[in-house]
Design a protein around this ligand. Structure first.
Ligand code: SF4
Length: 428
């Protein structure tokens, strides 16, 4: 089978995942800069702050890479990380098994697939200076003998579902891969898969090369505008990971506009005229406080209309507080009207051994508690097969906590009419 090192001449272990530098028009942020072009340059003004989630994600990607390379017989030492829990092991296994199944299927289709792991992809012919790293690219033939490019991306997160359908990150990677390798199999079909095992999400989308190229042409002017820092700021769910969010004018305007016009409807009623206010305030006829002209309740249908905006605003408010707190706490910036204080803390033992020795020396016993090992630890100890054989009948998967999510969320809706779901439906 054809296979290739990530960057020719560089052994896999020497690849620095942490140095996956990002282009101004990075593929992972494509949804953001395609919708809000100035955000590409605005984000450059803020430092990259790593998080525990990001570090865990990098470690998980390294394990994914190792497992696929092992199958491909590429030499690579198994990476080590404090993040390698049983959950990450299982998640990366799911990814590796999926990738291997793609390669095996292409082999069964009579093609000698080209498998590219952690491949740097250049799509600068579409978006200026655009490049990114594809987790897995496989090029071969589909069951009908057509040239097939299959791109797979591992998502370690378990907060937000990622859909492969018209996913601009995947489409930009595909354009980069086509540019470099189209000559091998005369690719006709592009298949893009997102593997997000911790949310049991495996999403695949397919399009023809012609459709992909049409999309590429349609975004070229937007990409140029974004690269030049032009265009208008536009809020949407793409704001979520925008580093400019805490100080974004568009976010502020959206929040204030909602309060002013849609939610409280102040101009239309609350402060209309003193006379009307008085008339609607029977218990305080002499009050100077403005009262809603037509006080009432917001219908559920109206609330549901503003839910997406409220989500965004609440996330913007959190970002503002986080940003201002960080400025004050980490950089000593003085915020008028606010001060930095210490929160409550819990007492801790400084030397556990000395504590135990002292307690025992003074006649105290029963210092330790015992508890049963976890289900995952049992499974690991016995192996999956034995575990299922011996304990499988004692395992149940309770219902997860219910949550209200947007219609676009790929999870199946819960049937609230089923007797097993014991809750009442809110009246409209
Ligand atoms: S936060 Fe502001 S700059 Fe960033 S994407 Fe949203 S609207 Fe654009």
């Amino acid at each position: 089978m054809a296979k290739k090192m990530t960057v020719s001449g560089v052994p896999p272990n020497e690849l620095d995942h942490a140095s996956r530098t990002h282009a101004v028009l990075s593929a992972s942020a494509a949804k953001r800069w395609l919708n809000c072009p100035p955000s590409a340059r605005l984000n450059e003004q803020f430092p990259n702050v790593s998080s525990e989630f990001a570090e865990e994600g990098t470690a998980a990607h390294e394990l994914c890479e190792y497992k696929v390379r092992k199958y491909l017989h590429d030499r690579m030492e198994r990476p080590q990380s404090e993040y390698y829990t049983e959950e990450i092991e299982q998640a990366t296994d799911v990814y590796a098994e999926f990738v291997i199944s793609i390669i095996e299927e292409m082999k069964a289709n009579g093609a000698e697939p080209l498998a590219l792991v952690e491949e740097k992809l250049n799509y600068s012919h579409i978006a200026p200076s655009g490049f990114g790293t594809g987790d897995m690219i496989v090029i071969g033939k589909d069951s009908q003998g057509r040239g097939l490019l299959h791109i797979v991306d591992y998502k370690n997160g378990k907060g937000i579902f990622v859909d492969a359908d018209h996913n601009p990150q995947m489409m930009l990677y595909a354009l980069g891969a086509l540019r470099a390798y189209d000559y091998i199999y005369d690719v006709e079909i592009v298949r893009m898969s997102i593997v997000q095992p911790r949310l049991e999400n495996l999403s695949t989308y397919e399009m023809t090369v012609q459709e992909l190229n049409e999309w590429a042409e349609s975004i070229k002017p937007i990409a140029l505008m974004a690269y030049e820092g032009k265009g208008e700021q536009k809020t949407g769910d793409w704001c979520r990971f925008c580093k400019a969010k805490p100080v974004c004018q568009a976010c502020k305007e959206e929040a204030l506009a909602l309060c002013r016009e849609d939610f409280l409807d102040l101009d239309a009623g609350a402060f209309d005229t003193a006379e009307e206010s008085d008339m609607t305030a029977p218990y305080k006829a002499d009050t100077q406080t403005a009262v809603f002209k037509q006080p009432g309740l917001i219908p559920l249908s109206e609330l549901s209309e503003i839910l997406p905006t409220l989500n965004r605003i609440s996330s913007w408010i959190e970002a503002v507080f986080a940003f201002v707190s960080s400025e004050a706490i980490n950089h000593g910036v003085s915020i008028p009207g606010y001060k930095v204080v210490e929160g409550r803390s819990k007492r801790v033992f400084t030397d556990t051994k000395a504590v135990v020795d002292t307690a025992v020396a003074n006649g105290y016993t029963d210092l330790y508690k015992q508890s049963l090992i976890t289900l995952t630890e049992f499974e690991k100890m016995m192996g999956k097969k034995k575990f299922n054989e011996l304990l499988g009948s004692y395992v149940a998967k309770p219902h997860g906590k219910l949550a209200l999510v947007p219609e676009s969320d790929p999870r199946e809706a819960v049937d609230l009419t089923e007797p097993s779901q014991e809750f009442s439906v809110l009246p409209d």
